[in-house]
Design a protein around this ligand. Structure first.
Ligand SMILES: Cc1ncc(COP(=O)(O)O)c(C=O)c1O
Length: 385
């Protein structure tokens, strides 16, 4: 039998050779990489609320939500959230990963087809995998390709016995782009699939009061026809947690079958209290949202003018595409030394190496100019090596 630690050592050696070794590191420098898009993680009013109400107590939830871990603040937050995004019901879980993973595992099974954008988040792909469903990848954002796969499935399973599920992010975290939601909803009407939409990176930034991209692009009846919407508290709400919005019956079903919900300690009670408060702040941050999108436009224009290759980003997430893993590490290290917190994102997280620039409402225009200036200097340095 192969020695386990020898095997681990070999794996690590290979990862290092490919320039793919990762390490945890404390943060420092101006934030160009977090998902705290509205700056709520360090919002002074959040701190004041937290301190004044002794929101920290009790510390732990002590059990799963089906045992003693449930609290009224969790249910209150769920109903506030559901009504904010105009859904019937919501289920709070410990992370967005848990939400996607558990949801897909709960609604899919080996006799289902699940159609997934090739670049969907790992929590979605792993949920499909664990469910045993037949996974059908469509090319990133290519809804014509999705249509052709749906048509093929109709031929393969002409009696329509197998359930069809389509799952996509509304805003892709590593590319900053979005599917055409109108077309997606018209495909849903035509083919009658179950739709799961992950609004993790859009919530808080887009739509009226930050309600998400669906509120920017879809009619109210189209929004109501989406079977499941997934959100996280770890991005624009500045906290930690996941929330699934669905019908009341959908919530009852998940409470009864979702293993990552049933067999895990409930989120800390303070999270739901803080989340309700964060939601109340988020609603009135239109000025910050406007400012954030203006900075994103400035960054994209300026990067293009300076000859950087970026993705087709339509958002505040602006990835710069690079040639090699080594280059991405060099760029990130240089920028970090200059006090700018930019991280290299490499395979297998993404197919090609990049710097994922994600902007937040706390940045100022001069930070954007500073970043671009450093990038230009850095490129000269790299080219002269
Ligand atoms: C699209 C998407 N969904 C879900 C998640 C997982 O959310 P969380 O970080 O709350 O576990 C992420 C994490 O980055 C994500 O990008």
């Amino acid at each position: 039998m192969a020695d386990h630690w020898e095997e681990v050592q070999k794996k690590l050696d290979t990862i290092r050779e490919k320039q793919l070794f990762r390490e945890t590191r404390s943060y420092q420098g101006i934030d160009f990489c977090s998902n705290d898009y509205m700056g709520l993680a360090t919002n002074p009013s959040m701190l004041e609320f937290f301190q004044s109400k002794k929101e920290i107590y009790p510390f732990g939830s002590t059990a799963s939500r089906l045992v003693r871990g449930n609290s009224t603040s969790m249910e209150q937050f769920e109903s506030e959230f559901a009504s904010f995004v105009e859904g019937e019901a919501a289920l709070l879980v410990s992370t967005g990963f848990t939400a996607n993973f558990g949801l897909l595992d709960s609604i899919a099974a080996p006799d289902c087809y699940v159609f997934t954008d090739r670049l969907n988040h790992a929590s979605i792909l792993d949920g499909i995998r664990i469910s045993g469903a037949q996974k059908k990848y469509y090319n990133h954002l290519d809804l014509n390709h999705l249509r052709s796969l749906l048509e093929k499935a109709d031929v393969e399973d002409s009696t329509g016995k197998k359930k069809r599920i389509v799952v996509t992010e509304s805003l892709f975290s590593m590319d900053g782009d979005s599917p055409d939601l109108k077309t997606l909803l018209s495909l849903k009407k035509e083919f009658g699939f179950v739709l799961v939409l992950d609004e993790a990176h859009a919530f808080g930034v887009y739509g009226p009061m930050g309600k998400g991209l669906v509120f920017q692009d879809l009619s109210s009846s189209e929004i109501q026809s989406i079977d499941y919407r997934v959100y996280t508290l770890g991005k624009s709400l500045g906290l930690e947690g996941g929330i699934i919005v669905t019908k009341k019956m959908g919530r009852d079903h998940l409470v009864n079958v979702m293993r990552s919900f049933i067999f895990s300690t409930a989120p800390l009670p303070m999270i739901s209290k803080l989340a309700s408060f964060a939601l109340s702040l988020l609603r009135s941050m239109d000025k910050e949202r406007e400012n954030l999108l203006a900075m994103a436009k400035e960054l994209k224009d300026s990067l293009k003018q300076n000859g950087f290759l970026i993705t087709n980003s339509t958002s505040h997430i602006v990835p710069i595409l690079l040639d090699t893993e080594k280059q991405s590490l060099f760029y990130a290290a240089y920028l970090q030394d200059a006090g700018l917190d930019v991280r290299a994102i490499r395979p297998p997280t993404v197919p090609t190496p990049r710097l994922r620039l994600s902007l937040n409402a706390k940045l100022r225009l001069e930070d954007i100019h500073h970043l671009v200036k450093e990038l230009v200097l850095l490129r000269e340095k790299w080219n002269s090596l």
